[in-house]
Ligand binder design. Structure first.
Ligand code: PAF
Length: 324
């Protein structure tokens, strides 16, 4: 009874003293990239923006480099409420909501304009909303970027050059199938284990955005990059739905505006980081492929379209193809 009265008194006190007693909300944010990466900088930018707009009531505490788990584990932790926010490659979300596999078909996206039309338009926004069915609230899309093919054996210009190479992929069935179609020997591995696996020769090849390649110092263990631009990886920004719904209407708006501002900042940063990474690795062989050479890879993708269509239907695939 005493405790109950004390709690009631505290509650009344909170009502009377208003915002002065408002508690800090510390958003625990995890991600798999390094601290020098643009995604980490985006969380820092978001944190500053939120702290400024809420007079320090909302702050972001960042846990980089898979400290809170692999990307799959981070998504599970968002569902469970052990982590409040994250960004992960959309490729991981296909196992939570198959609709996301529609973004994984290689060689669909030609340039960033097409990508942004899809992500920022109805298709991308519907995909984010569809995450609510699996206990996740999607806030927007940051940029992991166009993915390139790298290896430590030889220059790759054609599927024949890739024949049999042991290749690390993300945990995504569509990507695995695509690399099989062009003759590689693909297997998934969590990103946090990749450097050592490349160093020890467990894998010959990997694929990913070039700025991440540079940040992770993969150039110490890989000698060749082929600029294939085969897949564009968005970074959906995710929040635990309970944390989101507990925000006041005003704070929801502050968060949404801060995400929009951070998205502009981060996408620009990511694009510049790709350009800077190319310039910063003079000792690596970086190969630009001709449109015909790209087509030699893309022409193997029919079974991949079929696989995705079986899982998500043709409507979303056709809708993406009309935007890109
Ligand atoms: O390659 C991956 O697993 C992802 O691109 C990464 C680096 C974890 C970022 O989302």
């Amino acid at each position: 009874q005493f405790l109950r009265s004390a709690a009631l008194a505290a509650g009344l006190c909170a009502v009377f003293t208003g915002p002065a007693v408002a508690q800090n909300l510390v958003l625990k944010a995890g991600h798999a990239a390094s601290t020098s990466n643009t995604g980490h900088k985006a969380f820092e930018f978001l944190g500053q923006e939120l702290a400024e707009k809420t007079d320090g009531r909302i702050v972001v505490e960042i846990f980089p480099s898979s400290q809170l788990g692999s990307e799959r584990e981070l998504v599970e932790s968002i569902q469970l409420g052990n982590v409040d926010m994250t960004f992960v490659s959309s490729a991981v979300l296909g196992s939570f909501n198959p609709q996301f596999f529609a973004l994984d078909i290689p060689f669909m996206f030609k340039d960033r304009d097409g990508v942004y039309r899809v992500l920022d338009g109805e298709i991308g926004q519907d995909l984010l909303s569809s995450l609510e069915q699996v206990g996740i609230k999607g806030l927007g899309y940051w940029e992991n970027g166009f993915r390139q093919l790298t290896n430590n054996k030889q220059e790759i210009r054609s599927p024949e050059d890739l024949e049999g190479m042991r290749m690390r992929t993300m945990e995504n069935a569509v990507h695995i199938e695509a690399w099989r179609e062009v003759g590689a020997n693909p297997a998934p591995l969590a990103f946090g284990e990749l450097f050592t696996a490349l160093q020890q020769g467990t894998f010959d090849a990997q694929e990913g955005p070039i700025n991440l390649f540079y940040d992770m110092r993969f150039h110490e263990v890989q000698d060749y990059i082929s600029l294939t631009n085969h897949v564009y990886s968005p970074w959906p920004v995710l929040i635990n739905p309970d944390v989101y719904s507990r925000l006041s209407d005003e704070d929801k708006i502050i968060l949404e505006e801060a995400i929009t501002k951070t998205t502009e900042y981060q996408r620009d940063l990511a694009q510049k980081a790709d350009e800077a990474a190319i310039a910063a690795m003079p000792d690596i062989t970086i190969t630009e492929l001709t449109p015909e050479e790209i087509e030699a890879f893309a022409s193997h993708m029919d079974p991949v379209y079929e696989m995705v269509e079986e899982r998500v239907g043709s409507e979303i695939i056709d809708a993406i193809l009309t935007e890109v």
